[in-house]
Design a binder for this molecule. Structure first.
Ligand SMILES: Cc1cc2nc3c(=O)[nH]c(=O)nc-3n(C[C@H](O)[C@H](O)[C@H](O)COP(=O)(O)OP(=O)(O)OC[C@H]3O[C@@H](n4cnc5c(N)ncnc54)[C@H](O)[C@@H]3O)c2cc1C
Length: 440
């Protein structure tokens, strides 16, 4: 019998899962719901997007679907390493063994969406934008949605209800599906704010500014202290964008109240970034909200034989290691493999998904929360250690493991194994971070 699948969330994980399920033949009828407007039809909103670095884990999941790797490459920039800019003008380069792609989060979703609608017509696939899931009835297998207008305000008396055989919660860090699961027996979810917040930055093409030379194909960083830094990457159109992250408490950013103060802040702390920042961007920066980051740890990702959480809904992590989306895409490939293994027996595949994924997702949360220490001394020690790890691994690959970052990005080694290899450092960093938070 054809299974009716409702995917809540048209982000990277939700759309990729639709690709994978539809590829399995006509066993699945897919409906995708998202609370936002169709991103292909609305003006690009800078406050809602940011760049995502896609490494081997994410790319492996994408390339299993014909045509998707090419579609993603077409909207991405190839990145071969990073350059850390010091205040005295010096630079520290980190060359990557394997290049990776950076893509804007919204453009990634659009590329996946276009590839999906080009392949499948509405006989098996329907996508409903402006549809916000507001309630789940697990016993009756029904979902309630609010219909929103273009300004994302609810249209009165336009609520609607749908039923499902399989519900996929791919609705991101603030997942309504996950929230609803809290009413079911023995479902536990721990959510924790990461110590740093962030704001996005969008700057014009640096090469058009005389005297500025920022190499293309690199991630550029300026580190003020272990908890305050600017990270920028080139976009396809030659502009450069990224984020500034800073401590949730005791930071200078939330106190800025005019565009002049914004420019002065960057001039004092990140002069090269200030050079590139026009007054309009300083104004836009001021108006953009500060974003907080939540880490999510759940004790399971399924309910009975009919509900699955994937991506950020299941295990959101801080962007410090650039793994959230890669892990979200990897979830989809893991679930597909389980469907193969259990011949599309959904109940078994769901149960096994939790068993297979929990240890790695929790390890990723631990790694991302404590990937770098708040103490400057430990931070420098760690950077030196990572540099040595790279050199030693290059000369004696049999005896020395790659650096933690290389293992995350250039391999598909399970996160739990990486945590195990680096548990000494991670526990040191955890202590340093707890001390930092206690003193705030
Ligand atoms: C600043 C920043 C930088 C990052 N950099 C990286 C990086 O370099 N590499 C990396 O791998 N990851 C990175 N990430 C993490 C990455 O963005 C996420 O892990 C990824 O987007 C998760 O994909 P998803 O599909 O699970 O969820 P999302 O991308 O959050 O998509 C969820 C979708 O669900 C919809 N939705 C939400 N609630 C409802 C509802 N009630 N009803 C209907 N629809 C709903 C939303 O509109 C959205 O479209 C970064 C994150 C941030 C914040």
């Amino acid at each position: 019998m054809v299974k009716k699948v409702a995917i809540v969330g048209a982000g990277p994980s939700g759309i990729l899962l639709a690709h994978y399920l539809l590829r399995r033949g006509d066993k699945y009828q897919i409906d995708i719901y998202d609370r936002l407007n169709d991103p292909r039809l609305v003006k690009f909103s800078k406050s809602r997007t940011f760049s995502i670095a896609l490494n081997d884990r994410g790319m492996n999941a994408l390339r299993k679907i014909e045509g998707v790797e090419e579609a993603v490459k077409a909207i991405s920039v190839e990145t071969t390493g990073s350059i850390n800019h010091k205040k005295n003008g010096k630079m520290r380069r980190m060359q990557r063994k394997k290049p990776f792609l950076t893509a804007d989060r919204t453009n990634l979703a659009i590329a996946l969406l276009n590839a999906l609608t080009q392949k499948y017509d509405n006989s098996r696939l329907n996508i409903h934008f402006n549809s916000k899931c507001i309630q789940v009835d697990f016993a009756a297998k029904k979902l309630k949605f609010e219909k929103l207008d273009e300004a994302l305000t609810p249209i009165s008396e336009a609520d609607f209800t749908v039923d499902y055989d399989l519900l996929i919660g791919a609705d991101g860090v603030h997942s309504v599906v996950r929230e609803s699961l809290l009413t079911t027996e023995f479902f536990e979810c721990n959510q924790k704010y990461y110590r740093n917040d962030y704001k996005t930055i969008f700057l014009p093409n640096p090469n058009e500014k005389p005297g500025v030379n920022l190499e293309t194909g690199k991630i550029h960083s300026w580190i003020l202290d272990p908890n305050t830094a600017v990270l920028l990457v080139y976009q396809l159109d030659g502009t450069i964008s990224g984020v500034i992250y800073f401590p949730h408490k005791k930071n200078q950013i939330v106190g800025l109240s005019t565009s002049e103060e914004v420019l002065q802040f960057f001039q004092d702390n990140f002069p090269e970034v200030a050079q590139l920042m026009p007054k309009e961007e300083a104004e836009a920066f001021l108006a953009r909200p500060v974003s907080s980051v939540l880490t999510i740890r759940c004790n399971r990702y399924h309910y009975s034989d009919s509900v699955l959480l994937i991506g950020d809904a299941a295990h959101a992590v801080s962007p410090s290691l650039g793994q959230g989306c890669n892990a979200a895409l990897e979830d989809v490939a893991v679930f597909d493999k389980l469907l193969d293994q259990y011949s599309d027996d959904i109940a078994l595949a769901l149960e096994q998904f939790t068993i297979n994924r929990k240890e790695d997702a929790h390890a990723l949360a631990e790694l991302s929360e404590n990937a770098s220490p708040s103490s400057s001394k430990l931070f420098i020690q760690f950077l030196i250690r990572q540099r040595f790890a790279k050199i030693l691994h290059k000369i004696f690959p049999k005896y020395f493991s790659p650096s933690m970052r290389d293992m995350m990005d250039d391999s598909t080694l399970p996160y739990s194994k990486i945590l195990n290899l680096y548990k000494g450092w991670i526990s040191k960093f955890k202590k340093s971070n707890e001390k930092f938070l206690a003193n705030l």
